[in-house]
Design a binder for this molecule. Structure first.
Ligand code: ADP
Length: 677
C-alpha cells in the first residue's frame, strides 16, 4: 500500500530528472554544434582570405616581373635585377628570360639566393613540358598563365612542389619572348600568407584529388580537425588551399550560456526538491492534524458528559452527541439556536432568562457549576449540573462560553435510594435501641403497674372486708388518683418509646436545643438509674434554635449518651469516685452560626484500636452490639454540614462533639437547663 502511494511521486521525480537531463544534453549538444559551426565559418572566411592574399600577391609579383622589362636590358643587367627581385621574394625559386619560339631558349636566368641550386640535381629540361604548357596558355591569354604543379626532386631524397608561371613579353606589340618564374608552393604558403591567420592552424596546398602538395604547418588530430578549403583559381591551373584548425575540446559546459542554463536547471531542481519537501511536510502536518481532529472528535463523541459551546450572544455553535442525547434533539436542530433555549422547561423560561442575563453580564462563573433542569422533546425533565467556562480563542479573546453538562438523573436516583436506606437503617436502629432497652422499659413499667396493682388490691381488700368501715370517699378518691397517676406514668413511658420509634418526619426544622435533649431524656433516665449513673443535662436557655432533622439528631444524642453509659459499667468507675456521671451539653460555638453539642462520659476511654475503627460500620467491642451507632451518627451529622469529633477528657473518659447550624430565624431555648439524676 505504502509503495503504491509512493511510487507515482518517485516516478514523477524520475521523469523530471530525465527531462532536465535531456534538456541539458540537448543544450550542450546544440551549443557545441553552434560553436563548431561558427568555428567552421570563421575558418572558411580565413581560408578565403588566405587564398585571396596569395592571389593578390601573385598579381603583384606579375607586375614586379613585368617591371624587369620596362626598359630593354642586356642579359647581365637583367640577371642582376632579377636576382634583386628574387632576394625580395623568397617564394620565387627561379626567374628565366626566354626567347620567343617553340623551344623557348633561355636568354638569362637567376636563381634564388636562399636555396642551393634547385635545378642542379636534375636538368631544367625535365620541366620543359610544364614551361611549355604555361607559355602556351600565356600566349593564348596574352597574360600570365600557370602550369600545373609538379614535384621536383632534389639532393638527399628531398624535393619540392613547384609551379611555373609564364608571362609573355611584347615589344612594340610583337611577342618578344617570355618570363618564366618558378614558384615553390611551400614558398607561396610561407611568404604570401598572413601569419596572424595561421596561429595554431594547419595550411597546405592540395591537389584536386586531395593529395598533399605542400604543407606550411600541420596539426595533430587528423580527421578530427576542422577543415576548410579555398580554391586558388590561377589562370591555367587551379590550386586548392586547405586550412585546418583543431576542433574545440567539448567540455561539459562549452559556453557561458549553457553553463548559465545548466545552473538554472540545477537551481530549478533544487527549488523543486525543496518544494517537494515542503509539500511532504505540509502533508504530514495535515495528516497529524486530521488524526488529532479525528481523535478529538472520537473523544467528544464517546464522552458521556454533554458539551455545548455558545457565542457571546448565547447562540449555540457546537454540541456533542452526549448533549444531543441529553436534550433529545439532533445537532442540526440545536446549532444556531439562541435564547430561550429549546430545552428550557416552559414554566422556568423566565427564571432561566434572568439567570442567563446575569451570566452574560460578565459575572464570574462558579467553578463548581450550577444545577438546572432540562426538558426533552418528549416532555421528560432531566436534572443536570452545568459547569461553564469562558471560551478563549487563539488570540486570547473571549468568543463565547463552553459548558460541560452532567446528567444528574442517576446520581439523584442513587441519592434517593441512599436516603431511603438511611431512613430504613435509622428506623431499624431505633427499633433495635428500643429492643435493647426492653428490659429497662419493662422494669420501668413494672413500678407503676405494681403500684397500681397494690393500690387496687388494697382498695379491693378494703371493699371486700365486710366488717371494715366503709372507706371514706376522700380516701377512695386519693387512692384512685394515685392509680390514675401511676397509670399516667406508665402511659408516659410507653408514649416516650412510641414517640421515639414512630417519629419519622424528615423535614429540617428550627428546633430549640433543649427540646432535642428533653425528647430522649426519659429513655436515658431509665438506663442511668439502672446503672447508677448521674445524668447531667446542661443546655444554655439563651441558645438559638438549630436547623435540623429532629428525629435523626435525637437518635444521635441517644446513641452517644447510651455509648457513654455503656462505657461506664457498674463498678467502673466506682460509685464513690464521683465519676459516674454522663453530661449532655449544648453550648454556643466560636462561630455564632453554629451550636455545639457535647456528650461526655468518664468511662474507660477509647483504646488505639477502637479509635482507628471508630465509625466503621459494624465495628463493635460489645457482645450484643451492632456497631452501627457511631457510623449512623457520623452520616447524620455530615448531612447537617458538620462532623463528629471526639477527644479524651480528664481524669478519664471521652467527649463526643458535633455542631448544628443555627436556624435562620433565631428562637431562644425553651425552659431552663435540666439537671436530672
Ligand atoms: P455499638 O454501640 O453497637 O457497639 P457503636 O458504633 O455505637 O456501636 O460503637 C462502636 C464501638 O465504639 C463500641 O463497641 C465501643 O467499643 C466504642 N465506643 C463508642 N463510644 C464509646 C465511648 N463513649 N467510650 C468508649 N468506647 C466507645
Amino acid at each position: 500500500m505504502a509503495f503504491q502511494v509512493k511510487s507515482p511521486r518517485w516516478l514523477l521525480w524520475a521523469v523530471l530528472l530525465l527531462l532536465v537531463g535531456m534538456l541539458l544534453t540537448v543544450l550542450v549538444f546544440l551549443a557545441a554544434e553552434y560553436e563548431e559551426a561558427s568555428d567552421q565559418a570563421e575558418l572558411d572566411q580565413d581560408a578565403a582570405a588566405l587564398a585571396s592574399d596569395i592571389r593578390s600577391a601573385l598579381l603583384r609579383n606579375v607586375q614586379t616581373l613585368q617591371s624587369l622589362h620596362v626598359t630593354p636590358l642586356a642579359p647581365e643587367a637583367w640577371t642582376a635585377r632579377a636576382s634583386g627581385v628574387l632576394s625580395l621574394h623568397r617564394e620565387l625559386v627561379r626567374i628565366e628570360w626566354r626567347a620567343a619560339g617553340r623551344d623557348g631558349r633561355i636568354l638569362a636566368q637567376a636563381d634564388t639566393p636562399y636555396l642551393r641550386p634547385v635545378f642542379g640535381f636534375m636538368p631544367r629540361t625535365q620541366t620543359q613540358p610544364e614551361v611549355r604548357l604555361a607559355c602556351d596558355n600565356a600566349q593564348r591569354l596574352s597574360g600570365p598563365a600557370y602550369s600545373r604543379s609538379y614535384f621536383w626532386p632534389m639532393r638527399e631524397g628531398t624535393g619540392m612542389e613547384l609551379i611555373e608561371m609564364c608571362l609573355p613579353l611584347f615589344q612594340a606589340g610583337e611577342p618578344a619572348g617570355a618570363l618564366v618564374a618558378t614558384y615553390s608552393l611551400g614558398g607561396l604558403l610561407s611568404e604570401l600568407t598572413n601569419r596572424d591567420l595561421l596561429r595554431n592552424r594547419g595550411l597546405a596546398f592540395n591537389d584536386a584529388d586531395g593529395t598533399r602538395l605542400a604543407v606550411l604547418s600541420s596539426l595533430q588530430g587528423g580527421r578530427r580537425n576542422l577543415r576548410s578549403v579555398a580554391v586558388l583559381d590561377l589562370p591555367g591551373h587551379t590550386l586548392i588551399l586547405q586550412l585546418e584548425a583543431q576542433r574545440r575540446a567539448l567540455g561539459l559546459f562549452p559556453n557561458v550560456l549553457t553553463a548559465v542554463v545548466g545552473a538554472l536547471c540545477l537551481a530549478l531542481l533544487a527549488v523543486l526538491a525543496l518544494l517537494g519537501r515542503d509539500i511532504r511536510r505540509r502533508q504530514r502536518a495535515e495528516q497529524d492534524l486530521a488524526e488529532a481532529l479525528a481523535f478529538r472528535k472520537a473523544m467528544e463523541d464517546s464522552l458521556v458528559t454533554g458539551l455545548r459551546a455558545r457565542d457571546m450572544n448565547g447562540r449555540i455553535t457546537y454540541v456533542n452527541p452526549a448533549f444531543c442525547q441529553l436534550v433529545g434533539r439532533t445537532s442540526e436542530e440545536l446549532v444556531g439556536t439562541g435564547l430561550p433555549a429549546p430545552w428550557w422547561p416552559p414554566d422556568l423560561v423566565d427564571e432561566y432568562q434572568q439567570r442567563q442575563a446575569v451570566r452574560l453580564a460578565g459575572k464570574t462563573l462558579p467553578r463548581e457549576g450550577f444545577e438546572s433542569v432540562f426538558q426533552r422533546t418528549d416532555g421528560t425533565r432531566v436534572p443536570v449540573l452545568i459547569i461553564e467556562a469562558p471560551l478563549i480563542d487563539a488570540q486570547g479573546q473571549q468568543t463565547g462560553y463552553m459548558s460541560a453538562v452532567l446528567d444528574l438523573t442517576e446520581q439523584r436516583r442513587v441519592e434517593d435510594l441512599n436516603r431511603a436506606s438511611q431512613e430504613r437503617l435509622q428506623a431499624t436502629a431505633r427499633l433495635a435501641t428500643v429492643g435493647e432497652m426492653a428490659s429497662l422499659i419493662s422494669h420501668e413499667l413494672n413500678q407503676p403497674l405494681a403500684a397500681i396493682a397494690s393500690y387496687a388490691n388494697g382498695t379491693l381488700n378494703m371493699l371486700s372486708d365486710d366488717g371494715a368501715e366503709p372507706l371514706p370517699p376522700a380516701d377512695l378518691r386519693r387512692v384512685i388518683e394515685r392509680i390514675a397517676e401511676q397509670a399516667d406514668r406508665a402511659g408516659r413511658v410507653i408514649k416516650s418509646v412510641a414517640d421515639f420509634v414512630r417519629r419519622r418526619d424528615q423535614v429540617r426544622e428550627a428546633v430549640a436545643p433543649i427540646s432535642l435533649v428533653s425528647a430522649i431524656q426519659p429513655l436515658l433516665v431509665l438506663q442511668a438509674k439502672k446503672d447508677g449513673i448521674r445524668l447531667q443535662v446542661a443546655v444554655d436557655p439563651a441558645l438559638p434554635a438549630v436547623q435540623c432533622d429532629r428525629t435523626m439528631i435525637e437518635q444521635v444524642l441517644l446513641n452517644l449518651a447510651r455509648n457513654g453509659m455503656q462505657a461506664m459499667p457498674p463498678g467502673d468507675p466506682p460509685m464513690d469516685s464521683g465519676l459516674r456521671r454522663l453530661r449532655i451539653a449544648a453550648v454556643s460555638d466560636a462561630d455564632p452560626a453554629w451550636v455545639a453539642f457535647e456528650v461526655t462520659d468518664h468511662g474507660q476511654g477509647l483504646s488505639d484500636e477502637v479509635r482507628q475503627h471508630l465509625g466503621t460500620p459494624f465495628f463493635t467491642t460489645k457482645a450484643e452490639g451492632m456497631g452501627l451507632g457511631l457510623s449512623l451518627c457520623r452520616t447524620v451529622i455530615e448531612q447537617h454540614g458538620s462532623g463528629l469529633s471526639f477527644e479524651p477528657v480528664a481524669p478519664r473518659g471521652t467527649c463526643f462533639r458535633f455542631r448544628l447550624p443555627v436556624a435562620a430565624v433565631a428562637s431562644g431555648g425553651q425552659g431552663s437547663p435540666i439537671i436530672a439524676p
